[in-house]
Design a protein around this ligand. Structure first.
Ligand SMILES: Cc1cc2nc3c(=O)[nH]c(=O)nc-3n(C[C@H](O)[C@H](O)[C@H](O)COP(=O)(O)OP(=O)(O)OC[C@H]3O[C@@H](n4cnc5c(N)ncnc54)[C@H](O)[C@@H]3O)c2cc1C
Length: 362
């Protein structure tokens, strides 16, 4: 009998973990309190911008860069496989990344050399954008993007095809303190979900679920709001300036964001942030001024110190694993983090040293 792994949470991290486990011959169930590939109460994966690159990677540790770099390199294969097997296109696009001042040029160029990422000094004016703090931009042509709702739909269809059991609209209860061995987990409706191993991929809600057995886990929701424009002209690169980005989609829609708000589990959008995003977007592309906003949404990122996720076995609860806390880069880190947790669950050789991602003992 193959090993049965129960995954708690059907966002990008849960779905990619399921994909890896299926490919290693496991039987997999995903338990999701809402519906996979949709957004009901702030789920992060649907809401993300889908840039397959940390915004300023030189600001992060090697542990973060190892995971994001792995994802940036492997999304091409994953998206091609999803399209081939399901017919659903995750809309991966090589749009490049235009970095406008101000930024630390020396740090950026050193990092690009170290990670062998192409960087070219360019003029912002040549891209038809306004750059109030100087024209000397940096162009990273290899950066890709995906469209998160399309990626999630493709993943859901792929998992269904592979007979992964999707237990949607099913919420698991927090694990009680004192649990030392997990063989079944209780749902809100009083049923018990059995499995050989359990992986928590519950994003921003992971601490609520695990505080009885992992009070040392530092995860809290960090809201991000995004707006969607239909632009007048077709921009074809991601633009980043001082914490703010514009992401042109394949069909010409233009996404602008985002915010980092410490407001608990509140997934609402606010008129103040809408005005702030519009002002920043229009400072870069004045022709956006006065254009209608097609959509405005938010997501709750699983915020962690230093953007470092927790990936590994729980130090004292048998059969319990964590793959959570990917904060700002869960879409990008997802493939590497799924491959790592799947190896740890199956007793295979991990592709990278897992120790920096381990949950510390109490
Ligand atoms: C505005 C914004 C922009 C972003 N842009 C990017 C980007 O450009 N690039 C990038 O790499 N990342 C980006 N991110 C970050 C990325 O979206 C997240 O890191 C990632 O989605 C986290 O995935 P997850 O699967 O851990 O969480 P989620 O997608 O939130 O999934 C967790 C799931 O667990 C379920 N769940 C919770 N509790 C329970 C329970 N008790 N029982 C059952 N199910 C439960 C939830 O319903 C949810 O579906 C962005 C995020 C936001 C909000």
């Amino acid at each position: 009998m193959s090993r049965h792994v129960v995954i708690v949470g059907g966002g990008i991290v849960g779905c990619l973990t399921a994909m890896e486990l299926v490919q290693r011959g496991c039987r997999v169930t995903i338990v999701e309190r809402n519906q996979i590939a949709s957004q009901t109460s702030g789920e992060s994966s649907w809401a993300g911008a889908g840039i397959m690159f940390p915004l300023l990677p030189w600001m992060y540790s090697d542990q973060v860069n190892i995971l994001t770099h792995y994802g940036a390199q492997h999304y091409g294969e994953i998206c091609a496989q999803l399209l081939r097997d399901t017919g659903i296109d995750p809309q991966m696009l090589n749009s490049g990344f235009l970095l406008l001042p101000t930024f630390d040029r020396t740090q950026a160029l050193d990092w690009c050399e170290r990670y062998q990422v192409t960087a070219r000094a360019v003029s912002a004016a040549d891209y038809g954008v306004q750059s109030p703090h100087g024209d000397e931009a940096l162009w990273l042509p290899e950066v890709n993007q995906v469209r998160p709702p399309c990626l999630m739909h493709a993943l859901r269809a792929w998992l269904e095809q592979k007979q992964v059991r999707l237990l949607e609209h099913t919420q698991l209860l927090p694990l009680p303190a004192g649990t030392d061995q997990l063989t079944a987990w209780q749902t809100q409706d009083g049923e018990w979900i059995r499995g050989d191993q359990f992986v928590v991929t519950s994003g921003a809600w992971s601490f609520e679920l695990l505080k009885g057995v992992a009070s040392q886990l530092q995860i809290k929701p960090m809201r991000g709001q995004i707006v969607l424009y239909k632009p007048v002209k077709n921009l074809n690169t991601v633009i980043y300036r001082e914490g703010f980005y514009l992401v042109p989609r394949r069909d010409g829609y233009l996404l602008a964001g985002s915010t980092l708000e410490d407001v608990g589990f509140d997934p609402s959008t606010t008129p103040e942030v809408l005005a702030e995003i519009r002002q920043k977007a229009e400072a870069i592309l004045p022709e956006l001024s006065g254009l209608p906003i097609i959509k405005h949404w938010s997501g709750l990122r699983p915020g962690t110190p230093e953007n470092l996720p927790v990936i590994g076995a729980h130090p004292s609860v048998g059969n319990l694993f964590l793959n959570t806390g990917h904060f700002r880069y869960g879409l990008t880190m997802g493939p590497g983090s799924a491959r790592l947790i799947a190896a740890l669950i199956c007793g295979d050789q991990p592709w990278t040293d897992p120790s920096p991602y381990a949950l510390p003992e109490h």
